[in-house]
Design a binder for this molecule. Sequence first.
Ligand code: ATP
Ligand code: MG
Length: 380
Amino acid sequence: GYIEERISGQKVILLFGKEEQVRQEFGEINQKLRKSSILAQAFSGTLGPVNNVTNNLTYLIITVTGAYMILTGHALTVGILFTFILYMRSFIQPINQILSTFNTIQSALAGAERVFEVIDEQKEEYKDNDFCINLDGDVELRDVDFAYVTGNPILKKVNLSASRGKTIAIVGPTGSGKTTIMNLLTRFYDISSGEILMDGQSLLNIEKRGLRRSISMVLQDTFLFSETVRQNIRYGRLDATDQEVEKAARIANAHTFIMQLPQGYDTILKDNGSNLSQGQRQLLAIARAVLSKSAILILDEATSSIDTRTELEIQNAMLQLMKGKTTFIIAHRLSTIRNADEILALKDGEIIERGSHMELMEKGGFYAKLCQAQYKGIAI
Ligand code: ATP
Ligand code: MG
């Protein structure tokens, strides 16, 4: 575990000049492992010989006692003594076998503990017969409270409603709970109290797979698989044809850079797309969303790593993408959400303001200050 983490974080280690410290820490852990391995080997190594000695002593005692009993005229013959020894051998054999695998059993148990932790996790329940759906995209949150850890509320009495075709923007400081709301819509987490309704149905009654099929997301942290570019875009809709994939890439403005890759659409992406720039990864994620035909679209900082010019260029594509869908946009760059039907300002898990851009600007509250700060480059 230590090696794996340090290798994936090697850039940070190099940048902060921590090579020596890491080497030292690794040395210590390695020494500990060496010591316990030697001990384990020594113990398991002596187990066999000790067992053999015990067995042989047992034979010796039985043979001597038997011989003595025969010689002193007890009711015992050589035949009976021999049979007894044979039985004894078959009795001891399985014990020897268990002992010889003892070492393996011990180390397997240590690993099994962790495996069982995973196995014992409660399975996510899929209720196939419940309201299996094609959602229209009407979303409503009523007095939603939520905490990742009990006692530390993240969302407090959140209310919002969105209908198909509408765009809701959520703004707010880092850590205010914007991504959390999106995690609740997809049921990655369940709410503590209150109610989430989709098409008037409680989210709890909606079949999860159907629900997630109705939502497409462009996330803050894009994830790409170690597959070809084409396959990665196709995650948006598995039955899409090559032409559709390319069309989606063009709309997302990703076509040009994809064609510059060594094998174009068939270039295999390395671990999480480390052979692409952050912005290029986001364009691929947007292409995925373009491909998907879901009713609800979630854009969580979808363009945060894309330069302003490219962002402007794909703005039209985004508008097209949002057409006829219920869209949730989270953005720190406020220029991207100006046209939203409703803007919600979230602070410490509470919605403190809501309204259109114009209304909120007129009001001169939190949002207006946020906007002014952004345009003037002043911190508030
Ligand atoms: P940002 O603008 O940085 O993306 P955000 O508004 O999206 O911020 P959230 O990701 O919703 O913020 O996080 C809200 C709060 O929830 C934070 O204080 C964070 O510490 C906490 N949090 C987020 N994810 C978890 C988790 N998996 N377990 C426990 N707490 C979490
Ligand atoms: Mg977030």
